[in-house]
Design a protein around this ligand. Structure first.
Ligand SMILES: Nc1nc2c(ncn2[C@@H]2O[C@H](COP(=O)(O)OP(=O)(O)OP(=O)(O)O)[C@@H](O)[C@H]2O)c(=O)[nH]1
Ligand SMILES: [Mg+2]
Length: 424
């Protein structure tokens, strides 16, 4: 396309420098997530594709963009990549569909590795927009919860009304406002060369450190969520195993399942799990008496539970989950744990049984769940350090630290006063 080549001739020298230097201000951040992926959104016809075409000096069809690009636009050697998106049209149905597609796209991408996520959004608004209500404040606010949003005023000739810039700046979810002219524009009133792309890159570059942090957290959390699925699965199986008829089978099956679960959790984070580690981790955590006993004591000491009267598993677990839900302090996966425990309480196998008749089964299951959560937290810390290029911490040390926090939390569930004598 001849016009596109022309655009480049019109761009200032400083723009080339900005493109070539992108990321150099924050080399460490960039090494953590390799390149910055931007998604360009806005109403139809505002100039999203034209912006990308000028930025990368590539021809892009002038017609309506039909779908979010599969692959981002890139240029060899440049640590920035841009995804083009279809614009919002006037029809309500199409608008909603595009918004939904974009939300799904971001969600799906942001569970991937840091370099494959969407890191920032350029929200394009045509400088000729006439009403504030045409600016999608709510939509932008919902996107800004996940990603930094820069507003780009397109085809900004400078002769238009100046309310737009300050209005966009006043929107809290918009981090920066950059006017641009992506391609030279000549009308009866003006003849404006392209400008502003360097400022847009600068504004994006300024967020790189924050972007890197966020991308790493996203990935680590996505892996942790996946791992929690294994924990849920493991606990249900462990509970079922406790009703096997032969007592020796209960123990071996439960420990086999635990190893399996830990191995799956490790795999979710891309690590291999060594069988011996589990025993070691359990041993270092609570000393000689063991984590199972700690949990059993905690269960027995829940305020409001009267072990002299018949209390069913369902009642006790219900009580535990309510306390867990309302407990102060932080417990990783609190909501998910609450849901999981109430699921276990509803499990037909045990729900109506008196708790005392299957206290061991329940404590083994709970201990499995809490151990898994601790291990997931350990893996998160470990993985985060790895992504950040920090020296990876000693696995056991992190585990013990996490375990201590967890035990503090569980102790708190029993109300004040009680403290099990066997915990160091
Ligand atoms: N001269 C000039 N024309 C522009 C500029 N930005 C957009 N246009 C023109 O506006 C029209 C629409 O631009 P596009 O880039 O296709 O708009 P879009 O936002 O990608 O539109 P959709 O794909 O439908 O969402 C095209 O004819 C462009 O040539 C600009 O900075 N300068
Ligand atoms: Mg387009």
């Amino acid at each position: 396309m001849a016009t596109v080549t022309k655009v480049y001739k019109l761009e200032s020298c400083s723009f080339y420098m900005t493109v070539l230097n992108f990321g150099k201000k924050f080399p460490q951040a960039l090494s953590q997530f390799k390149r910055c992926n931007v998604l360009v959104i806005g109403n139809t016809g505002v100039g999203k594709s034209t912006l990308i075409s000028s930025l990368f000096q590539i021809p892009i069809s002038n017609s309506v963009t039909p779908a979010i690009s599969d692959k981002p636009y890139t240029k060899p050697g440049l640590p920035i990549a841009v995804y083009d998106a279809p614009g919002l049209e006037t029809g309500k149905k199409q608008r909603e569909k595009v918004k939904q597609d974009i939300a799904n796209f971001i969600k799906q991408k942001n569970q991937k590795e840091p370099e494959d996520q969407i890191h920032a959004v350029w929200y394009c608004v045509d400088s000729h927009v006439v009403r504030e209500s045409q600016i999608e404040q709510q939509w932008i606010a919902s996107i800004a919860k996940e990603l930094p949003v820069i507003a780009v005023i397109t085809r900004a000739s400078g002769v238009e009304k100046d309310w737009l810039h300050s209005y966009l700046e006043s929107i809290p979810s918009i981090r920066n406002v950059v006017p641009i002219m992506a391609r030279r524009e000549t009308t009866h009133h003006y003849d404006i060369n392209s400008y502003g792309l360097d400022a847009l890159l600068d504004a994006t570059e300024d967020m790189l450190e924050e972007i890197a942090q966020k991308a790493i957290l996203n990935t680590v959390n996505a892996k942790a969520n996946l791992a929690f699925g294994w924990c849920r699965d493991g606990c249900t199986k462990v509970l079922a195993s406790q009703f096997l008829p032969i007592s020796i089978l209960k123990k071996t099956t439960a420990s086999g399942l635990q190893v399996w679960m830990f191995a799956d959790i490790s795999k979710s984070f891309g690590y291999q799990f060594e069988r011996t580690l589990l025993t070691e981790l359990c041993a270092v955590s609570v000393g000689a008496v063991g984590f199972d006993n700690f949990i059993e004591e905690a269960l027995k000491n829940l305020p409001g539970i009267d072990y002299n009267n018949i209390q069913t598993v369902k009642d006790v677990l219900f009580h535990l989950t309510t306390r867990l839900e309302h407990a102060a302090g932080t417990l990783p996966f609190k909501e998910q744990l609450v849901e999981m425990l109430s699921g276990l309480g509803d499990c037909k196998l045990v729900s109506g049984l008196p708790i005392l008749s299957c206290l061991t089964a329940i404590t083994t299951t709970l201990a499995t769940g809490f151990l898994a959560v601790t291990y997931i937290e350990t893996m998160k810390t470990y993985k985060k350090a790895e992504y950040e290029g920090q020296p990876t911490p000693e696995l056991k040390e992190v585990f013990v630290e996490q375990m201590q926090q967890l035990m503090g939390f569980i102790r708190q569930l029993q109300g004040g006063g009680w403290s099990p004598s066997f915990v160091n």
